[in-house]
Design a protein. Structure first.
Length: 204
């Protein structure tokens, strides 16, 4: 069944859940960061936008926009992220996790990819949301990356699109997320793939 959606619609569900008390918690014994910290994307490395991008400082934790789809696979890990914004509705963020071994990093990346593919079904089960998932395949960069898209439409007329990628280099996994109003035809797929490659190449 073909469904449509908006990135902000899923984010709205996430924020509501957080407000209700479903905030991300890191249990005792969570995997610590080891060694030098990976580098994050700069604002100039995101898909071009007419108003330009502003980058926030790198912060610990998980951005609310990623909790709805990816919180469960990440609960056991320490992580950090950088948020990006424009003067309009387009936003982005990059989350990075360092784990103990390459094998654990591969397992985490696989779990994140599977969780995102299931996320449209979870969103579509909400009475006020209709969601469509699309796979954009893998990228040849370091130890690999995979690109996904989702479109979400709400009963009150919100219409959003997002792109998300999961990439890996050694023990480090990174997630890049871009969102704005519109549908999948409005997403800058080619530019986002370039951004994903930059993100993975900068990990170490």
């Amino acid at each position: 069944m073909h469904k449509r959606t908006r990135a902000g619609a899923v984010a709205a569900v996430t924020v509501a859940a957080v407000a209700a008390g479903a905030a991300l918690t890191v249990p005792a014994g969570a995997s610590p960061r080891v060694g030098s910290a990976p580098r994050f994307l700069a604002a100039s490395e995101l898909p071009p936008h007419p108003s330009g991008w502003t980058a926030d400082k790198v912060k610990p934790g998980m951005p609310d926009e990623l909790r709805y789809c990816l919180e469960e696979p990440l609960l056991a890990y320490d992580m950090s992220y950088r948020a990006f914004r424009t003067d309009l509705d387009t936003t982005a963020r990059q989350l990075t996790v360092v784990v103990g071994t390459k094998a654990k990093a591969k397992a985490l990346a696989d779990s994140l990819n599977k969780a995102y593919k299931k996320c449209a079904k979870r969103a579509d089960a909400q009475p006020d949301l209709e969601a469509t998932y699309k796979s954009y395949g893998s990228l040849s960069v370091e130890e690999g990356a995979r690109v996904h898209g989702m479109h979400v439409e709400t009963s009150w007329g919100a219409n959003d699109v997002e792109l998300l990628s999961v990439g890996r280099d050694g023990r480090t996994v990174t997630v890049v997320h871009w969102s704005q109003m519109g549908d999948l035809s409005d997403a800058p797929l080619a530019a986002f793939k370039k951004t994903t490659k930059r993100a993975v190449n900068k990990l170490y």
